[in-house]
Design a protein around this ligand. Structure first.
Ligand SMILES: [Zn+2]
Length: 119
């Protein structure tokens, strides 16, 4: 029996060098190319925009992090960054882990909505 490894090979091809030896690090959930060493993906990194977050909150009312993540399809780190930035801009408030749009956030959303529609 060979020695155990923490890495398991995945079927992904490396987008940087085209290498086939992309391994999954089970501890971190990262996919790492063993040829060029690039981290191919940190789970599924999906970005989300402020507008998407505002729209989701406008439709659903107050939401916690998990439901927001599911609704927007964003990955944890990206969603967290957007939420923090919106809080800093005064568009969003977080009370006890529940996020909602502030008055300013609602105004911002309506303005952006107008721009989306080309008013
Ligand atoms: Zn590579």
């Amino acid at each position: 029996m060979s020695h155990r490894r923490a890495l398991r090979f995945s079927k992904t091809t490396c987008p940087y060098c085209g290498g086939r030896e992309v391994a999954r690090d089970d501890l971190k959930g990262d996919l790492i190319c063993t040829t060029c060493g690039e981290v191919v993906s940190r789970r599924e990194t999906r970005a989300v925009g402020k507008f998407d977050v505002a729209q989701t909150l406008k439709r659903n009312g107050k939401m916690d992090f998990r439901t927001l993540r599911e609704a927007t399809g964003a990955s944890d780190d990206k969603l967290f960054a957007v939420l923090q930035s919106m809080i800093q801009m005064g568009l969003l408030q977080e009370i006890g882990g529940v996020y909602s749009l502030t008055k300013r956030g609602q105004r911002w959303y309506r303005q952006r909505l107008g721009q989306e529609w080309g008013y």
